[in-house]
Design a protein around this ligand. Structure first.
Ligand code: NDP
Length: 296
């Protein structure tokens, strides 16, 4: 039985962050200022706080300016919109990221819609989503962009390959499908209403699972030699150590390894790519705002 390869997203992300750091040095030389990323965190969600802290650290490590804005859960929508407007106007800020989810009393779409599309480094603004969908230059959501980078690194030209994306969210599934289409794949988007998901997945040369259901995609669903990108992050009880938990993806990795050409592990696959692409998007936004050519 052949065993597929585990794609090392951690190493790829480290390489990408190094590239960004070089690009930042060039930007500072050309403009005399550092690119700046502003992160807005509303509330005290522990997972979001950890994520924001780690974004801040990596932003600084890449040579950029990091601005953090923490606001209480009780903040009103108007006050949050005022903060976004301030950041839109702030010349030191090239990228604005609002950590999601927001408290229920705040309209997420209104907040994202208030971000200047030129500073929308999460790529969630409808202007960027529309640009991506119509094949124009756009700031692209970080996680799917990270997935396409890993796929191109593993497979080279993706043209003509059959790709199945499981999940149709605005932040992963839909932009992922748009990126695969832009690479001339034949794309199917599957979701909770899809009939016979196993057969749909079995057609695919490329499977991207972005569902949020632990190990839902089984090994035998996968066409021999397919490449699998597992976006899922699911916390489950550890069967070996009582009271402990562990993180698994949407794909049963151990089973899948017997079928795949390559697969991203969870953790250590797609996860580390997200922040690295966020830094890259900030550098890209800074270049565009400064009237410089897009960095490599
Ligand atoms: P959402 O909950 O927004 O979307 C999940 C999608 O999966 C929906 O389109 C849903 O279909 C579909 N789905 C649910 N159940 C099934 C099923 N039984 N069969 C087929 N499709 C199904 O999640 P996100 O897109 O935000 O995230 C997906 C996963 O990726 C999560 O585990 C999340 O934690 C992870 N993630 C990881 C990131 C990273 O950095 N690695 C970043 C972002 C997300 P329907 O639309 O019909 O309801």
């Amino acid at each position: 039985m052949t065993i597929g390869k585990l794609i090392d997203g951690k190493a790829f992300a480290a390489g990408l962050r190094d590239k960004v750091a070089n690009g930042v040095a060039g930007f500072v030389q050309a403009t005399g200022r550092k690119p700046g990323l502003a992160v807005v965190l509303v509330g005290e969600d522990p997972a979001s706080s950890v994520y924001v802290r780690s974004k801040g650290k990596m932003t600084v490590a890449a040579g950029m300016e990091s601005f953090e804005f923490k606001r209480p859960d009780s903040i009103g929508e108007d006050d949050l919109l005022d903060l976004i407007e301030e950041l839109n106007q702030d010349e030191r800020v090239d990228g604005i990221l609002v950590q999601l989810p927001l408290p229920r009393h705040i309209d997420e779409a209104a907040v994202i819609g208030a971000i200047d599309p030129a500073k929308d480094v999460d790529g969630f603004h409808v202007v960027n989503a529309g640009r991506l969908a119509t094949g124009q230059e756009a700031l692209v959501p970080c996680t799917p962009m990270g997935c396409i980078m890993l796929l191109k690194d593993e497979l080279g030209d993706l043209s003509g390959l059959e790709a199945v994306v499981i999940g149709r969210s605005n932040i992963v599934g839909k932009p992922m499908a748009a990126l695969l289409l832009a690479e001339s794949c034949t794309v199917t988007i599957a979701h909770s209403r899809t009939h016979d998901l196993a057969s749909v997945v079995h057609r695919a040369d490329i499977v991207v699972a972005a569902v949020g259901r632990p190990e839902m995609v089984r090994g035998e669903w996968i066409k021999p030699g397919a490449t699998v990108i597992d976006v899922g992050i699911n916390r489950v009880a550890d069967i070996e150590e009582e009271g402990k938990s562990r993180i698994v993806g949407d794909v049963a990795t151990a089973e899948a390894l017997a079928h795949v050409r390559a697969i991203t592990p969870v953790p250590g696959g797609v996860g580390p790519m997200t922040i690295a692409v966020l830094l890259r998007n900030t550098l890209v936004a800074a270049h565009a705002r400064a009237g410089l050519a897009k960095p490599e």
